[in-house]
Write a protein that binds this ligand. Sequence first.
Ligand code: ADP
Length: 210
Amino acid sequence: MKTPVASVRVLVDTLLADEHVDVPKTREYLGLIASENLRLSRLIENFLTFSRLERNRQRFEFTDVDPTRAIEAAMSAHPGALSVLVAPDLPRVRADEDALVTVLRNLLDNAWKYTPDTPGGKRIAVRAYRENARVVFAVEDNGIGIAPREQKRIFRRFYQVDRRLVRDTGGCGLGLSIVEFIVHAHGGAVRVQSQPGHGSTFFVALPEAV
Ligand code: ADP
C-alpha cells in the first residue's frame, strides 16, 4: 500500500515545485496520479472485503444475475485492449452481483498486472459460456504465466510468487484468496490453466439460475 501513496506524493511534490505550469506535463502527471489512486482504492477494497470475509460479516444477496452486465461492470476500469465473447442465450447465474463483479475485477486486474506491455501488446480476453448447468467465466492473458508448482499456492492469502514484481504492480496477495472464497460461497469452482512465459487462463464456474 506504501507504493501508490509514495508515488502520488512524489508526483504531487514535483508538480508543486514547478514555478510555471507546464500543461502537457501536468496532464501527464495527473493521469499517473489518477491511476495510482485507482490502485490504492483497489487495495483498500480488497483489504476491507478480506476482513469482512474473515470475520464472517459478508452477507451475500443472491439474485439472478446477467453475466454480461457483471462483465461490463468489472471491465469499467479497463477500457481498450480487451476482447469479450459472451455465448448467445447465456442463462443468468445465481449470485451476489457485487461479489461476482469483485471476482471478475480481481481476475482482470491480475491479467493486466502480470502481462508485460510488449510490442505485441497485452491480449486479455473474457469469455462466458455454458457448461453442465453452469456458467463459466474465463479470463485469459498472454502474460508471464504461473509455474505448475505455484498454481495451487496462489489462492492462499498473502501468497505471491514474486515479491519484487509485486512491489511494482502494487498487490498484496489477497485478490485470489478473495476470488476463491466468494466462488466457493456460491457453490462454484475456480481453476487456473497456465503455461509459464505464455499466459494464464482463470476459469470460474457458477451455478446457472433455475
Ligand atoms: P496480488 O496480485 O495482489 O499479489 P493475488 O492473490 O491476486 O495477489 O495473486 C497471487 C499471486 O498469483 C500474484 O502475486 C502472482 O504471483 C500470481 N498471479 C495471479 N494472477 C496471475 C496471472 N494472471 N498471471 C501470472 N501470475 C498471476
